[in-house]
Design a protein around this ligand. Structure first.
Ligand code: SAM
Length: 280
């Protein structure tokens, strides 16, 4: 395959199953003058499998400017450069933004070679609305920051998609249950395209227990999806709880109102408090 010169190709690679590598990606990686990779040792395995012998250099978004400059110089010399990440589509929770931006600013062609992407695969099979969605990437690792990020999404009507590390998945699902409520549907999509692929859709309260009961569900690579809030309402509160909260909020600060309303209605205090925030 003859490649155009002075082009930066953004090449998707498999997210598990090597058979998901598309023929065009193999051709581009074989024919390019240079491949910039997130982790050259990791990519060496992909290269051996597909008999690719193109030289590899490391690239991260925090790579010093010199590294970016060197890659751009190769383009200036009329060479063809391909960018890959460890898995899936580069720039999707992966490095590459700075390089793509600079290459475009200097007038080089930037050409995507589409292929696997974990969140697209998860969304396509999850069974949650996919006409409108928001990709949130990784939530903050620290509990307080994570809770804040989730609270900012309490009224989000679109399906929400997250990447999560296996050792945090249970805590994150628990935090999601508190913010979005017991009955909100969510999906764990784990090990997509691999031997232990699992896609489970349940209301959040049940999903938390399902994941807690089976430590295998806390392993491997994970996408979490949460159904958006019902349109026209910023939370999953029933009408009676909303009425009680509205009355109490006229007299009390939000925290106190949520505590009293929880006594009256039996609804989770945090859910009531989140609802009060979404009313401001
Ligand atoms: N660029 C990749 C893409 O296109 O999806 C994502 C890279 S990000 C650093 C890695 C995260 O993607 C994992 O922690 C996991 O949340 C998700 N992921 C990657 N492969 C996956 C798979 N096979 N099954 C489920 N999630 C996966």
């Amino acid at each position: 395959m003859g490649l155009d010169t002075a082009v930066l190709y953004i090449v998707a690679t498999p997210i598990g199953n090597l058979a998901d590598m598309v023929p065009r990606a193999i051709e581009v990686l074989q024919s390019a003058d240079l491949v910039a990779a997130e982790d050259t040792r990791h990519s060496q395995r992909l290269f051996s499998h597909f008999s690719i012998e193109t030289p590899l250099v490391a690239y991260h978004d925090h790579s010093d400017d010199q590294r970016t400059t060197k890659i751009l110089q190769r383009l200036e010399q009329g060479q063809t450069v391909a960018l890959i990440s460890d898995a899936g589509t580069p720039l999707i929770s992966d490095p590459g933004y700075r390089l793509v931006r600079e290459a475009r600013e200097r007038g080089f062609n930037v050409v995507p070679i589409p292929g696997a992407c974990a969140f697209v695969a998860a969304l396509s099979a999850a069974g949650l609305p996919s006409d409108r969605f928001t990709f949130e990437g990784f939530l903050p690792a620290k509990p307080l920051a994570r809770e804040k990020a989730l609270q900012a999404l309490a009224g989000e009507a679109r399906t929400m998609v997250f990447y999560e590390a296996p050792h945090r998945v249970l805590d994150t699902l628990e935090a999601m249950r508190l913010v979005f409520g017991d009955t909100r549907e969510a999906v764990i999509a784990r090990e997509i395209s691999k031997a232990f692929e699992t896609i489970q859709l349940l209301p959040l309260a049940e999903l938390v227990e399902w994941v807690r009961a089976d430590s295998n569900q806390q392993r491997g690579e994970i996408v979490l999806l949460v159904r958006g809030a019902a349109e026209g309402r910023s939370s999953e509160l029933d009408a009676e709880s909303e009425r009680v909260m509205t009355l109490l909020l006229a007299e009390l600060p939000p925290k106190r109102a949520a505590a009293v309303a929880a006594e009256i209605t039996g609804v989770n205090k945090k859910l009531l408090y989140n609802w009060s925030l979404s009313q401001k």
